[in-house]
Design a protein around this ligand. Structure first.
Ligand code: FES
Ligand code: FES
Length: 157
């Protein structure tokens, strides 16, 4: 099968990878780089379990071909904690009981992180919009939203 060479920065580390022309970013991350925090749910862009941050935007990695990502920057849930310390968003999810089975959690975290990178003080509606593409079958979403809100400070007028 035809292979494509791509240079990717993933969680701050540079990689030169050979990937199949139809290889999804989801598979590259899980199978080549062993970053299994990224989850596969629906495979068709509807559940958000596979969400990662690509060049600053939250994307469904099941819908993106790695061969088209030369010189791109990817952050996965494994890239959030630094020096063994959870990122505040991860701690907030724990503190607000925003995790049950945990399958959606990496995707939720990455969607929330992408939002907070762009706007550190989003209101509740912006948080809901940012999480629209992330499905959770366990929590009812309230705790997830509250976890994110706990980091955003007062809502703007
Ligand atoms: S696995 Fe990608 S959106 Fe569901
Ligand atoms: S915690 Fe189970 S799917 Fe969200």
């Amino acid at each position: 099968m035809e292979k494509v060479k791509v240079r990717l920065t993933v969680n701050g580390n540079s990689f030169c990878l050979e990937v199949g022309a139809k290889e999804r970013l989801l598979d590259t991350l899980r199978e080549q780089l062993r970053l299994t925090g990224v989850k596969e749910g629906c495979s068709i862009g509807e559940c958000g379990a596979c969400t990662v941050i690509l060049n600053g935007e939250a994307v469904n990695s099941c819908l993106v071909l790695t061969g088209q990502l030369d010189q791109s920057e990817v952050v996965t849930v494994e890239g959030l904690a630094q020096d063994g310390r959870l990122e505040p968003l991860q701690q907030a999810f724990i503190d607000h009981h925003a995790v049950q089975c945990g399958f959606c959690t990496p995707g939720m975290l990455m969607s929330a992180k992408a939002l907070l990178m762009k706007d550190p003080h989003p209101g509740r509606e912006q948080i809901k919009t940012a999480l629209e593409g992330n499905l959770c079958r366990c929590t009812g979403y309230q705790q997830i939203i509250e976890a994110i809100e706990s980091l955003t400070g007062p809502e703007r007028e």
